[in-house]
Ligand binder design. Structure first.
Ligand code: FEO
Length: 398
């Protein structure tokens, strides 16, 4: 059971801590667990619940509502159809028979499709619309694609609280009873960056637009749906401005896998060749890489290189996975290449280059090695490192 925490007068945190969860979407590592933040706003006439919790944690949310003395809910604000925030709506509609879901038309369709919610219990709101709770007002701001098409956020002007759902959040479990707020920005920087990298980075162009929508809003408390709350928005807003910008750094991401040591030897030589030329390298052995860390490096690396041996005439499946991630995360990386090895032939490079080609970055001529690398292969790797150095110099990074 969580504690129910007052945030401001008649505004309460009723969210759920999930420190043991280690995977999201059966894909994204959660080294710090997560939370499903939900909030009660009690106006003089109406009461609203802002988002809910993942279904396996519905009981904790219901207990928190009970502890907060919430006998009646008029509105359930559903910012986002994904089940970690919407999944407890069916049970809430059942337990609070007078409640209605307030959401936009896109989210309404998702809730009906995914949760079989009775559409008669849903009221559709519009961008910029305000709903009065009496002495408190909910103002809805549509922020599509952070990170689904329906996503929106809510501003409570009387208390200057901005409820941002996934936007600007972090997968970071915390004990609400010990404190709701980020106390040291450096403690949340990496979890917030990881969250941005894994979930938000494919949408950085629309993120910039959505940042513009909150730029001039006065915010005392920024209340996301994952991770601790912020006093003010300056820190996380400036992080997002940085991460979503077009700027890249003098960094190279190398994601490689080796079966019998050849690609490993190629990768090690290449790393040193790059370092000698002043390029910072973040190298990941895909045998046990944390894809979240890989995604974080992709946010700002000017260049990314995939290293693979040849397996069954194509790339190693872990290299395919890395290339797919690069493609899916749509990074601002300017240059891409492939290094690797083969024994008797195959289409490893062609297949990886074809996958990476959709990223829109320039492909620098890959280096393929037959068997274990020898001097002429090391020279080819030096040439590749030199080309990358020149590219980085042309970008003014070196
Ligand atoms: Fe936290 Fe997109 O759900």
């Amino acid at each position: 059971m969580e504690k129910t925490i007052k945030i401001k007068e008649n505004v309460f945190y009723v969210g759920v801590n999930d420190p043991q969860r280690r995977l999201f979407d059966e894909l994204i590592p959660l080294p710090d667990g997560t939370t499903y933040n939900a909030y009660i706003v009690k106006g003089s006439k109406k009461t609203a619940l802002i988002d809910t919790a993942d279904p396996p944690k519905s009981d904790v949310l219901l207990s928190n509502l009970k502890n907060a003395g919430v006998a009646k809910i008029d509105y359930i604000i559903s910012h986002h159809g994904e089940q970690d925030h919407s999944g407890s709506i069916p049970v809430l509609l059942s337990l609070y028979p007078d409640s209605r879901v307030l959401t936009n038309d896109k989210c309404k369709a998702e809730l009906i499709d995914m949760l079989c919610i009775d559409e008669d219990r849903v009221t559709v709101i519009k961008d910029g619309e305000e709903v009065s709770l009496g002495d408190k007002t909910l103002r809805f701001i549509f922020t599509p694609w952070v990170h689904w098409p329906e996503t929106f956020i809510t501003y409570l002007p009387e208390d200057k609280i901005l409820f941002t759902c996934d936007f600007l959040g972090s997968h970071f479990a915390f004990d609400a009873g010990k404190g709701l707020f980020v106390e040291n920005n450096e403690d949340i920087y990496l979890p917030a960056k990881r969250y941005y990298a894994e979930i938000m980075s494919p949408f950085r162009t629309v993120i910039r637009k959505n940042l513009g929508k909150i730029k001039d809003i006065e915010v005392d408390i920024l209340a996301p749906s994952h991770g601790p709350l912020y006093r003010g928005k300056d820190f996380i807003e400036s992080c997002y401005n940085d991460w979503s910008s077009d700027a890249v750094k003098n960094k190279l991401l190398l994601a490689y896998v080796s079966m019998h040591g050849s690609t490993g030897a190629i990768a090690r030589y290449f790393i040193e060749a790059l370092k000698k030329r002043g390029i910072e390298v973040a190298a990941f052995d895909l045998a046990d890489a944390d894809v979240g860390e890989l995604a974080m490096e992709l946010i700002e690396s000017a260049t990314a290189v995939i290293g693979s041996p040849t397996v069954l005439a194509g790339p190693h499946p872990k290299a395919v996975y890395a290339a797919y991630l690069v493609k899916a995360l749509r990074p601002k990386t300017r240059y891409l290449s492939v290094i690797g090895s083969y024994s008797w032939g195959g289409k490893m490079v062609e297949q990886l280059v074809e996958m990476l080609g959709t990223v829109g970055a320039e492909i620098i001529e890959p280096v393929m090695v037959k068997g274990y690398p020898v001097q002429e292969d090391f020279s080819a790797l030096d040439d590749l490192a030199e080309k990358i150095k020149l590219k980085h110099q042309n970008l003014g990074l070196l």
